[in-house]
Design a protein around this ligand. Structure first.
Ligand code: UTP
Length: 293
């Protein structure tokens, strides 16, 4: 049995960095080539053993949950026309895992969004995975490693990237102690966006969390932090202070930040260059375009 069955994907934010598009289209549905970021993240959760996905959404963002529902009419039309490749693509998201929604009425922060999913858990959920849909962690597989660390050391397990010190002030940074395994560190504290000289380490937080169920109790006891929002990191800090084991798995790979247009475009180009239909022509065009810039 996997260390978790339920994955929570918070998708109720305002997506202000993608305005004006996000007036009508949730940023989680913007396509990386042809597939929305939230499907890529749901696939990652399913690969790591999740059987249920709880999407935290807001009243105006029904399209995010709709995306995971079967589309019988469209499927019948594609079947009639013999479009088997397209049919497989259309069915992919709805066949991944069981999808439920939780509603966050107001964007009161990531911690608040996670707390909204508590009612979707069952007694069997001793831990939950939280995946931020605007953070692609590549190659996939880090959640499986995080689950193995929870099996061994208990508590909650987070994901970190080792970032060059000169870039560290853009991130939430872990204060860590060695464990004897270079890729697993014990977390003793966290600092949001420190100056490079004050950073306790070069290990920066990524949008993957495997949280002991105790997080929901901690979320009820924190007060609004930066920006008046309930911060998930404040609840994790509370758990650390109370002696709960918290570790990070250091992911030695790449990532894409889909949360802003610059990062999103980079991801789209990266994925498109790998795509057999679009890659070769795009690569040629990019080389010519850059030669003329
Ligand atoms: P972000 O801060 O990146 O998303 O939150 P945002 O607030 O939608 O974007 P900007 O800053 O206005 O451009 C990370 C993830 O957490 C969700 C977001 O939907 C996003 O997937 N989130 C954030 C919530 O579900 N609720 C919140 O109150 C805040």
């Amino acid at each position: 049995m996997s260390a978790f069955q339920t994955a929570i994907v918070p998708a109720a934010g305002l997506g202000t960095r993608f305005l004006p598009t996000t007036k009508a289209v949730p940023k989680e549905l913007l396509p990386v080539v042809d597939t929305p970021g939230i499907e890529l993240v749901a696939t990652e959760a399913a690969e790591a053993g999740a059987t249920k996905l709880v999407i935290v959404t807001s009243p105006g963002k029904d399209a995010v949950a709709e995306y995971f529902r079967p589309q019988p009419e469209l499927e019948a039309t594609l079947e009639e026309r013999g479009k088997t490749d397209l049919l497989a693509k259309v069915r992919r998201a709805s066949n991944l895992l069981a999808v439920e929604t939780a509603i966050q009425d107001k964007a009161l922060g990531l911690g608040h969004a996670v707390a909204c999913a508590e009612g979707n858990l069952t007694g069997a959920d001793e831990a939950v995975a939280v995946l931020l849909p605007d953070d692609l962690v590549l190659p996939t597989g880090v959640l499986t490693k995080m689950a193995a660390v929870r099996e061994k050391l208990g508590g909650s397990v987070l994901c970190a990237f080792d970032i060059p010190k000169e870039q560290i002030s853009a991130y939430g940074v872990f204060d860590v102690r060695d464990t004897g395994d270079d890729d697993v560190k014990q977390v003793v504290g966290m600092v949001e966006k420190p100056k490079a000289e004050d950073a306790p380490s070069t290990f920066a937080a990524a949008g993957r969390y495997l949280l002991d169920r105790a997080i929901f109790d901690a979320l009820k006891r924190i007060t609004p932090g930066a920006g008046g929002e309930l911060q998930l990191t404040d609840a994790i800090a509370l758990l650390i202070n109370e002696g709960h084991p918290v570790h990070v798995v250091v992911h030695r790979g790449g990532r894409h930040d889909l949360g802003n247009p610059g990062g999103f475009l980079r991801a789209a180009v990266d994925f498109a260059l790998e795509h057999p239909d679009y890659g070769p022509e795009l690569g040629e065009w990019l080389r010519a375009r850059l030669a003329n810039s």
